[in-house]
Design a protein around this ligand. Structure first.
Ligand SMILES: [Cu+2]
Length: 68
């Protein structure tokens, strides 16, 4: 298991945080999700590079793309 933190500029409030936690938490291989409206960061625990790629794709799909 590894962790990675992403910068996600579109996080503006607690509703965004809840949406991200729900959507990423439903992905297979994701063991933990933390998100913050203060830091605009998302941290995930994941099991493989494929899961990490899906996390990024999902964030983009739901309107919270990871900053380059
Ligand atoms: Cu919001």
């Amino acid at each position: 298991m590894a962790n990675q933190t992403f910068s996600v500029p579109n996080i503006s409030c607690n509703h965004c945080v809840m949406t991200i936690k729900r959507e990423l938490g439903a992905l297979k291989g994701v063991s933990s999700v933390d998100a913050s409206a203060q830091t605009k960061q998302v941290t995930v625990g994941y099991d493989s590079e494929a899961t990490l790629a899906r996390v990024k794709a999902t964030l983009e799909e739901i309107g919270y793309p990871v900053a380059a």
